[in-house]
Design a protein around this ligand. Structure first.
Ligand code: HPA
Length: 275
């Protein structure tokens, strides 16, 4: 069963946010596990709790704060979503992707989606980064399912879903900081169970380099809204079965690595914003 969707109106939510901050963001950033401290790097920021923003769902996953942060960072007006509601928590697609529609309404043109992911590609180690070049939607559903708003496209093109210009900026940011950032394909599952070793072998055959439980629905909806999208994964663990038969995948391990990586992740995202 999915939770009931309350009336979701991005225009109303954006009006509410505008009445509390003069910042008109052009860049949006969604923080996944490992990227949380980005929120603290923004000086003189306005913090708005998801619980107070009309229509925002409040997720409950450890490591996800649940705050919208507005401010100027590296000379750019930014809106940062610290924490996201996930499909596996029982939220439906309109709830999961509502904040993305609100960012578009606020004026965001470029959106960076970050996440923690399991590494499938040979050689990926915990603590590595990956810039998303493409994705595979294995969630079993699509966030654009249902009635389409007047004036919006029914069938959205997904070639080049991750903008090559924004991705090049990420690779350059990495170069300046001495951080290697390979490009790769992110495969999204609905979760919340981690994958079986057989699933991971299958996903590798399908062309996936990393696996996670978010990002793809947000990328699809962002493209529906006409935003340019970039994706950045922090590899927090080797995907199930790839480190031997006795290896297990745990959320605690994910959070441990995410915490370790956080300072580097924050510098990288800041450098990307600076451009
Ligand atoms: N699988 C799915 N999601 C994840 C993983 C994983 O191994 N690591 C972090 N998020």
């Amino acid at each position: 069963m999915t939770r009931r969707t309350p009336a979701l109106d991005p225009v109303r939510a954006a009006r509410w946010i505008r009445s509390r901050s003069p910042v008109v963001p052009t860049v949006g950033i969604v923080l996944g596990s490992g990227f949380g401290p980005v929120a603290e790097a923004i000086p003189n920021a306005t913090l708005l709790s998801y619980a107070d923003i009309p229509g925002f769902a409040v997720g409950s996953v450890v490591g996800h704060a649940g705050r919208l942060i507005l401010g100027e960072w590296q000379g750019t007006p930014v809106a940062v979503l610290a924490g996201r509601a996930h499909f596996y928590e029982g939220f439906d697609w309109p709830q999961v992707t509502f904040p993305i529609r609100v960012l578009a309404e606020l004026g965001v043109k470029d959106l960076l989606l970050t996440n923690a992911a399991g590494g499938i590609r040979k050689g990926f180690q915990p603590g590595d980064f990956m810039a998303l070049s493409d994705h595979i939607n294995f969630m079993g559903s699509n966030p654009l399912r249902g009635p389409v708003a007047k004036g919006r496209e029914r069938f959205v093109d997904m070639t080049g879903v991750y903008d090559s210009g924004l991705r090049a900026r990420m690779l350059q940011a990495g170069k300046r900081l001495g951080i290697k950032i390979p490009e790769g394909v992110y495969l999204a599952v609905s979760g919340p169970s981690f994958e079986t070793p057989a699933e991971i072998r299958a996903f590798r055959t399908l062309g996936a380099d990393a696996v996670g439980m978010s990002t793809v629905p947000e990328a699809i909806v962002a493209r529906h809204c006409g935003m340019r999208v970039a994706g950045l994964s922090c590899i927090t663990n080797v995907a199930a079965g790839l480190a031997g038969p006795s290896q297990k995948v745990s959320h605690l391990e994910v959070l441990d690595v995410a915490r370790e990586v956080a300072p580097r992740a924050t510098r990288l995202v800041g450098e990307w914003v600076r451009g």
